[in-house]
Design a protein around this ligand. Structure first.
Ligand code: GCB
Length: 676
C-alpha cells in the first residue's frame, strides 16, 4: 500500500511574507541541480525504514540529477519516473556563512511549493512537514544549521492523492485480479490536468533579525471622486529572542513611497492608516492609461531604545490603491470592470509545473499581445512571482484554491473541509496584499448539486470573506442553474459551459440561442453578476477544414464568433447579464492519458510551446478592441468629468483641435451610454 500520511504540520501560516532582501535581510536561493531518487519499494516506505535523511542520499542507492524547481515527471527518459506515485527523495547541500551565526540573526528555510505532501530534514533533523502543493511553507532553521560549514537538506515529496486531499484522487489497487501484474495500482483523479509532482518553486534560505516583521496586512479605501485614499495596515512583529519573557515595546514606523521613491506620507504603530491625497490608483489594463501603479510600503520595526528607537528589521511591500465592489456588476475603483481573460495552467514542456522565469515572462507578453485584462489561477494558486507580475502589469486575478475534481459525496466530509479551510487561510495570507487579486475562488466545478455541498461551500466561502472582507468570493460552477445548491453563497456567479463542444458538439448554429438562454437564466436566478469562466473547443494546431469540423482551428474560430455575438448582447445595457468572459484555455496543456485527450488538452489558443493557433488572432482582435474602447471611455471620463468638465481650461488648451473633437465626441456618446 502507498504509505498513509499521518503528520503534524510544523510551519507558520500566519505571516508568510515573500522573501525580500533589505538592509536587514539576506536571501539565498537553493535552486539548481539536486540529487534525486524515487522509492520504488512496494510500500514506498523503504526510505522511512532505512531513514534516508540521516545520510547522503547517494549512500542509500542510485541517485540522479534533478533540477529544482521543476516537476520530476518529464525530466528523464524513464516512464516509471514519469508515472511515479509515492515518495520521491531530493537532496542538496549548501554552505551557511559564518556571518549568519550571531545573537541577532534568524535563518529561515522556505519552500515555494512542493507537490503534494512534503517532509523536510536539515542535517538529519526533521524541520518541516506540509500538506498541499501550490503554497509556500517555512520555518526557522537557525538551531539546525552548521554555520561556516556544509549543510545537507533532504526533502521527500509524495504525490499520492486521496478523497480528502485537495485536489482529491484515489489509488486503485488491482489485488486479486489475476490478469494484472502483482502489486499493480493506478492513481485516478477527476480533474483535467496531469498531476505533476516535485519541488515546483524555489527553495530559499533567508535571514531576519530576531526581532522581525512577521506579517503585514493592507487594504485601501478610495473616495468616490478618487481625490483621496486611505491605506489601512496592520503589522505583526515577533521577537524570538524574547519568547517567554515580557515583551518589549516595539517601535513600528510605516512609510509610504510613490513609484519614484518619494515619501507620500508616514505614520507609526502596529496598525493604522495613511491618507493619500490625489492618489495614483491601481488600474488594470484597459481602464486607464496609468496601468498597475504601485506604491511601496516600507515598514521599519525595532525596539524603543533609551533615547531613540533602534530599528532592527525593514521590509518593503509593493501595494496598489484600489477598491473592488460588487453590486449589479463588478467594479474596480467604483467603475464597471468587464473581464476579458483566459483560464491558464502552470504547465510547460519539460519542466511541467516547475517555475521558470522564461516561461512566465513569455506568458505575460502573450497576455499583453492578446489584450487580455485577467486570468484565473485555474485550478490552484500560482507562484508568488506571477502574482507580483500581475500587480505590475495590471492583470486582474481570480485566485483559486486547489479544490478541483470534487465530484463525489466522499469529498464533502469534515476531513476535507478542515484541510480546505487551512488552504484558504494559507492562500489568503499569502496573496491578500496583491492589488491584482480581485476575487477568491474556493473551488472549480465541485458537484454542487449534492446536498452536502450547500453547507460545505457556505462554510468555505464565509471563511474566505471572514479572512478578507475586502474581496468577493466565489467558486466556479458547472452544475445546472436548477440543480446547484451552493451559488446562493457566492458574490459573483461564475459558470463553465462548453456550448458547441461538450454541449451540442459540432453545432455552432445553436450556440447563440442556447448560450444566451443559459446565462440569462443564471442571472435571473441569482440576481448577481455572471462571469462565463470557461468556454472553448478543442483545436489541434495544423488541423484545418472548411466548413469547419471539430478539432480544427477553424472550428474554434467559428465557436468564438458565435460566443462573441452572444456576449455582446449580454454585456451592455443598464443591468448587464455578463460581467466577463474567459476563454479556456490560454495554451494546450498536459493531462492524464485518456481516449478523450489527444496528447493533452488541445483547447489552447496557443500551443503548449506558446505559438498562436489561428483562433488566437480572432480573440486578439476582440480583446484589443474591447480594451482600447474601455481605455478611451475611462480616459475621457477621467480627463473631463474628473477634472470638472470644461472648468479646467489649461488642460483643454493643451489639446490639439483634433484631440478635442475626438474627446468631445467620445464623451458625448459615453454620457449617453452610461447615464441616459
Ligand atoms: C472544465 C474544467 C477544466 C477542463 C475543461 C475541459 O470544465 O474546469 O479543468 O480542462 O473543462 O477542457 O474539459
Amino acid at each position: 500500500r502507498i504509505i498513509a500520511i499521518v503528520c503534524v504540520i510544523i510551519h507558520s501560516a500566519n505571516g508568510i511574507l515573500y522573501p525580500m532582501e533589505s538592509e536587514s535581510r539576506q536571501v539565498k536561493d537553493l535552486s539548481g541541480r539536486w540529487r534525486f531518487r524515487t522509492d520504488n519499494s512496494s510500500g514506498r516506505d523503504t526510505g522511512f525504514q532505512e531513514r534516508w535523511w540521516e545520510r547522503r542520499l547517494a549512500e542509500t542507492g542510485h541517485v540522479i540529477d534533478m533540477p529544482v524547481p521543476a516537476s520530476y515527471n518529464d525530466i528523464t527518459q524513464d516512464k516509471s519516473i514519469r508515472d511515479f506515485v509515492g515518495w520521491a527523495w531530493y537532496e542538496t547541500t549548501f554552505f551557511a556563512p559564518n556571518a549568519w551565526n550571531n545573537e541577532v540573526t534568524n535563518v529561515w528555510l522556505r519552500v515555494g511549493s512542493a507537490h503534494y505532501y512534503a517532509m523536510v530534514w536539515l542535517n538529519g533533523e526533521q524541520v518541516m512537514e506540509h500538506e498541499g502543493g501550490h503554497l509556500p511553507f517555512e520555518c526557522d532553521v537557525t538551531m539546525s544549521l552548521n554555520f561556516g560549514a556544509t549543510n545537507r537538506l533532504t526533502i521527500a515529496v509524495n504525490n499520492t492523492l486521496t478523497p480528502n486531499t485537495l485536489p482529491p484522487g484515489e489509488i486503485n489497487h488491482y489485488n486479486g485480479k489475476d490478469d494484472y501484474p502483482a502489486g499493480y495500482f493506478t492513481q485516478e483523479y477527476e480533474f483535467d490536468f496531469f498531476n505533476y509532482a516535485g519541488i515546483h518553486r524555489p527553495v530559499k534560505l533567508y535571514t531576519t533579525p530576531r526581532l522581525r516583521i512577521g506579517e503585514i496586512v493592507t487594504s485601501s479605501d478610495v473616495t468616490a471622486d478618487h481625490a483621496s485614499a486611505t491605506v489601512h495596515y496592520q503589522v505583526t512583529v515577533t521577537d524570538s529572542s524574547r519568547v517567554g519573557q515580557e515583551m518589549a515595546s516595539y517601535n513600528i514606523t510605516v512609510v509610504l513611497e510613490d513609484s519614484t521613491g518619494a515619501i507620500v506620507n508616514k505614520t507609526s504603530g502596529g496598525s493604522g492608516s495613511i491618507t493619500v491625497t490625489q492618489p495614483m490608483l491601481w488600474w488594470p489594463v484597459g481602464m486607464h492609461d496609468q496601468v498597475g501603479y504601485l506604491y511601496t510600503m516600507v515598514v521599519y520595526a525595532g525596539r524603543l531604545g533609551l533615547s531613540a528607537p533602534i530599528t532592527t528589521d525593514v521590509y518593503r511591500l509593493k501595494i496598489g490603491i484600489r477598491t473592488v465592489t460588487v453590486d449589479q456588476t463588478l467594479k474596480i475603483n467604483g467603475r464597471p470592470f468587464y473581464v476579458i481573460g483566459v483560464g491558464k495552467h502552470e504547465d510547460w514542456d519539460v519542466r511541467g509545473k516547475g517555475f521558470d522565469w522564461s516561461m512566465v515572462v513569455k506568458d505575460f507578453n502573450l497576455l499583453d499581445w492578446l489584450g487580455a485584462n485577467a486570468f484565473r489561477t485555474s485550478h490552484y494558486p500560482y507562484a508568488e512571482e506571477i502574482m507580483q507580475m500581475c500587480d505590475e502589469r495590471g492583470i486582474v486575478v481570480i485566485d483559486e484554491c486547489p479544490a478541483v475534481g470534487m465530484r463525489s459525496a466522499n469529498n464533502f466530509v469534515n476531513k476535507t473541509l478542515s484541510h480546505h479551510l487551512n488552504v484558504i487561510g494559507e492562500l489568503v495570507t499569502r496573496d491578500r496584499n496583491h492589488p491584482s487579486v480581485i476575487m477568491w475562488s474556493v473551488a472549480n466545478e465541485p458537484s454542487s448539486q449534492l446536498p452536502p455541498a450547500a453547507q460545505y461551500f457556505k462554510t468555505v466561502l464565509d471563511r474566505a470573506r471572514e479572512l478578507d472582507p475586502t474581496r468577493p468570493a466565489t467558486f466556479v460552477c458547472n452544475a445546472g442553474y436548477d440543480s446547484d445548491l451552493a451559488t446562493p453563497y457566492v458574490d459573483v456567479v461564475c459558470v463553465n459551459k462548453y456550448e458547441g463542444w461538450y454541449d451540442d458538439p459540432g453545432h455552432v448554429e445553436v450556440i447563440q440561442k442556447r448560450l444566451s438562454y443559459f446565462l440569462t437564466q443564471w442571472h435571473e436566478k441569482r440576481s448577481k453578476p455572471v462571469i462565463h469562466m470557461e468556454w472553448g473547443a478543442g483545436a489541434i494546431a495544423g488541423f484545418h477544414s472548411d466548413p469547419s469540423l471539430m478539432y480544427t482551428e477553424e472550428y474554434l474560430c467559428d465557436v468564438m464568433r458565435e460566443h462573441f455575438a452572444t456576449f455582446d448582447s449580454l454585456r451592455t445595457g443598464s443591468n448587464p447579464v455578463l460581467a466577463g468572459e474567459m476563454i479556456w484555455n490560454f495554451a494546450d496543456f498536459a493531462t492524464a492519458q485518456a481516449t478523450t485527450r489527444a496528447y493533452g488538452n488541445r483547447k489552447g489558443i496557443f500551443t503548449r510551446q506558446r505559438q498562436p493557433k489561428s483562433p488566437a488572432f480572432v480573440i486578439r482582435d476582440r480583446y484589443r478592441a474591447l480594451r482600447n474602447q474601455s481605455v478611451a471611455e475611462r480616459q475621457t471620463e477621467l480627463d473631463l468629468i474628473g477634472k470638472h468638465w470644461v472648468g479646467d481650461y489649461a488642460f483643454l488648451e493643451n489639446m490639439t483641435q483634433a484631440r478635442l473633437n475626438d474627446v468631445t465626441t467620445r464623451l458625448h456618446s459615453f454620457i449617453i451610454s452610461r447615464y441616459i
